[in-house]
Design a protein around this ligand. Sequence first.
Ligand SMILES: Cc1ncc(COP(=O)(O)O)c(C=O)c1O
Length: 414
Amino acid sequence: MTDIFDKCYGSEGYFGYFRAKNDMYFTQPVLEGIPGPRMKFQGKKVIMWAINNYTGLAGNEDVKNAVRKSLESWGTFSPMGSRMLTGNTEKHIDLEKKLAQFLQKPAAVLFNYGYLGVIGTISALVGRDDQILMDKLSHASIVDGTILASMGKRFRPFKHNDMDNLEFHLKAANKERKGGLLIVIEGVYGMRGDLADLKSICALKEKYEARLFVDDAHGFGVMGENGRGAGEHFGVQDKIDLYFGTFAKAFAAIGGVTAGEEKPVDYIRYNARTYVFAKSLPMIFVDAINASLDVMIKKPELRQRAWTVAKQLQQGLVDLGYDIGDTQSPITPVYVPAGSAETAMSMMRMLREDYGVFVSAVIYPVVPHGVVLFRMIPTASHSDEDVKDTLSAFKNLRDRLKLDLTQKPSRANK
Ligand SMILES: Cc1ncc(COP(=O)(O)O)c(C=O)c1O
């Protein structure tokens, strides 16, 4: 008879190869120190390129002071209970108003994690007769939210950023339409760093009378003149029906926010199970996000610095012959030649051990089968020297391993 635990002793499941080997190197590496450009791994100093601290707010003194005060007043436990019952406070409501204003939307609702926010928003809104059109390269939270909302019914995945394919699905969805249509996409695709074709998507959603949800986890605080995200970058923020951001990246905190028109946001607040049935966002994070937002508004130079570092790093890698795909954001994917996991592992070991450069590799199920990439995150706190030393490491690596950078790696983007 099969025991449900049998699979746990072999190499089944996600990253099973690494789990079976008790790996703490490629998966679950233990890092030492405060998240930032200089950390330690296995006792050795490394330049860190694997943390989404885009604006360098991790460790920011203003934010730390705000959190110290918050901790003094509220402890780690306040408030207790769900927002629906005993966990609501003026501070939560004020932060939602402030975020709505920043995002140029009438209303906003907070979630405890980005993941919970995406799942909660999509599944609250999409009912039995509605249909979801989802970009195929969407983050797991969008996929999970879509599957949950569709409840076993078919949803419509469209080819990544392919407007013809989206239109094909919109037409087909309209033919069998009994309810509403929701297009779900990312603003900045978290692994490839490319941007959604937001202008065209907004035009299509108007043409076919659909609504648009944009998970801008990687654009929030990074893209646009004021850091309002991909919508601001393209000048279509007013056309996005539901804008979503997480605080786990550029804000260096935790939590998520959905912003939009008042009535839909209220509907989500009352119907998102990940909001209704979860304890309220702790006050220390409400205060941290508040302080991070203030810094972000006051110091646009942080965002500008992140872009400067990104451009230096990206240009340097391209000059060395590496393939960084079609990124249009600070996210810097370095595609591993021939998509080889073995090459990726040797490269990572050498980078970490011989050159003191820490990168993470991304493989399936985070990206499609056959794609292997290093996902590098330039941040406002990296120095010019960090970039220089890193580029020199990549040059040495290329020469030492005699990497054939002319081999086109798989991008499997459709
Ligand atoms: C596109 C996208 N959406 C949602 C999430 C989940 O956000 P959080 O880490 O705040 O739960 C992530 C995190 O990696 C993400 O990249």
